[in-house]
Structures are given as C-alpha cells and as structure tokens.
Design a protein around this ligand. Structure first.
Ligand code: ZN
Length: 335
C-alpha cells in the first residue's frame, strides 16, 4: 500500500478524538467535513457516487484502519479520485471506548428506527448519518444523476467457515451485475441475500436512495493495532481501483458462494433457547431435522434445503433475530 504509516496513525487519532483538522487534498477535489468523522470528497469529474462506511460498531476496527489509510493516500494525491466519495467513520465514542456501542446497537436504528430508540449516542448518530448521506447523494448529482454505491464495512463476532462475505439487503430495485463483479474482485467468499427489511445502514441506503448497497463482513473483530490489514488487501485494492476508475483486480479465491435467507429465527421471550455450542462457526451446515431452537413449545428444525446457520445469538433482546438459516441461491453474474 502506498501511504505513510505515520500519516495514517495521525489521521486515525485525529478522527477518534474529534480533532477535525483541515487535511490538504489535491487541486480539483472539493473536501467538506459534513460531521465529525464524515468527509465528503467531490472531484471535478465523477462517474459514480460511493459511500464507504466503517466503525458503525465501535469494536470492529480493521475497516476503520483501512479507511484511515485510504484517506491518507487520497490526501497525499497518491490515490486518484474519479468518483464522488463520502467517507464515514461511524461511531466515534464507541470506537474510543473499544465497544460495539454505548447505548444501543446502531445498526438496528436506521430507516427512522432511531426515533423510537432509547435517546443517546447511537440514536443521535444514526439520525445524522441518514441526513448526511442524503445531502451527499444530492450534492453528487449536481451535474446529473450518478450510479450510487455503498459498502458498509464490518467484522464479525464469531468465527466463520466463509470468513469474508457480503449481506445484500432485501430490495425492490435492480442490483446490477457490475456490483457483484465488484464484490467478486474483493475476493469475498460468499454473498447472502436478505429477504426481509432491517434497520441496518446498508438497508437504509439501498431502499432510500436506490443504491447498490451492502454490508461487508471482513473477518473477526479485533482491537486497534491487532488487525492484519493484508487479509483485506483484495477489498482495499478493489475499492482503490473503483475510485481511480482503473480495472478491478483479478480474483484469487475459489468462486463466491451465493445464499438466500430461508428462515429468520426470531426470539420473542426470555424462555428462548438456542441449541448450539458457542464455538459453532457461521455458515456451518447443520443436519436436517436438528432442533436448533425452542421457545414456549415451538421448535425450530433445520430443513434439508436450508442447513446453513448464520449469526446465531441467543442473547439478543426479545423481538430480535437470534439466527438465520440459509439456502443456496443462483450466482448473480457470470464470470
Ligand atoms: Zn458490525
């Protein structure tokens, strides 16, 4: 990667401590801080409008380090910019505290859900992020409507048989093959299609702005300084190629696997039980007929056609999702 490590560390520390400083950018790039940790970059010519977000969960630091490095090389001019870009460092107080969130899980509060949530850090920030994203797409379209993209980058709590994957929100508008080609170039292992709306940032951006938007899970959550950024090198290179308008890197991994959510296991009371060891990894294939969860006499059994478990978590609040069962889906582009 072509950036100065010291400059990246400086930028990261300034961001986290809300010392907004005026980073220089090459001539022709209009740079505007829309909020603490939210930077809009508009070049003279743009072929698309791209939102890159990280740190929506404050304990998921690797994508934050990746974006700080990208920001350093955009500032120095080493990274060309041919797209309107919104860089979002999601939850600064939680990032400083090394916690997923301070008051409530921000990635359940989008699409206006923050208005019903507990007042606090995350509900305030989710409302602001909705506003700045809307402002950005409006500004990016000043010279004509541009294709809209959004990658919301996370890392997962649990180990995973497919370590890097995309979650596509349920959507009514078209997702283009080009978007899946981009995900393919990120060397992702799998793509999961949601079938129900949710309060995630990617669902909000997809639905509200008809954007090609997804959540990216890039591996396990680790503290600042403990991440091996080379693991995400393919995603970093693909983003940099997209920004520069150069050809995407060539995939080096086996073909991506495609899945669709077949069943959401929703916990509704404290009597909910999940019959899974904590060590069971995401995308583990469970035996058909297995009683995976129970609650007040209801039993969820694994069906033969949908045996893959994703995000099992019995400790969610009643009303929330305690796991997803996945079935295979057709590839969304031809390679
Ligand atoms: Zn996350």
């Amino acid at each position: 990667m072509t950036f100065s490590a010291e400059k990246q560390a400086d930028i990261l520390s300034d961001l986290l401590n809300c010392r907004r400083r005026d980073l220089p950018f090459p001539a022709g790039i209009e740079a505007t801080w829309l909020e603490e940790g939210v930077l809009q970059l508009i070049p003279r010519q743009a072929s698309a409008a791209l939102v890159l977000s990280a740190g929506i969960h404050g304990n998921e630091t690797a994508p934050v380090e990746m974006l700080a490095a990208l920001l350093a090389s955009l500032s120095s001019g080493q990274q060309p910019l041919n797209q309107a870009l919104l860089l979002i460092f999601g939850n600064l107080p939680a990032l400083r505290a090394g916690k997923r969130y301070l008051h409530s899980d921000m990635n359940r509060l989008f699409g206006g859900r923050h208005r019903q949530a507990m007042p606090g850090n995350e509900s305030r920030r989710a409302a602001r992020l909705e506003k700045v994203t809307s402002d950005f797409f409006q500004r990016a379209d000043a010279a004509g409507v541009l294709p809209r993209y959004h990658l919301d980058m996370h890392t997962a709590i649990r180990g995973s048989r497919f370590p890097q994957f995309a979650l596509i929100p349920s959507h009514h508008h078209d997702y283009q093959a080009e978007f899946y080609v981009l995900l393919d170039a990120c060397d992702l292992d799998a793509v999961v299609q949601h079938t129900a709306p949710g309060g995630t940032f990617s669902h909000f951006v997809s639905e509200t702005f008809r954007a090609q938007s997804c959540t990216l899970e890039l591996g396990k959550a680790l503290p600042f300084g403990s991440n091996t950024l080379s693991r995400f090198a393919a995603t970093d290179l693909a983003i940099r190629a997209l920004l520069a308008g150069t050809p995407l890197p060539t995939r080096t991994q086996p073909p991506m696997r495609f899945f669709t959510v077949a069943e959401s296991i929703i916990k509704t009371s404290s009597s909910f039980r999940l019959n899974l060891d904590a060590a069971v990894e995401n995308f583990t294939q469970l035996p058909a007929g297995y009683a995976i969860a129970s609650e007040n006499g209801k039993i969820w059994r694994v069906e033969d056609a949908a045996p893959w478990i994703l995000f099992p978590n019995a400790r969610v609040a009643p009303g929330l999702r305690a796991g997803l069962l996945l079935k295979p889906a057709a590839a969304r582009f031809s390679s």
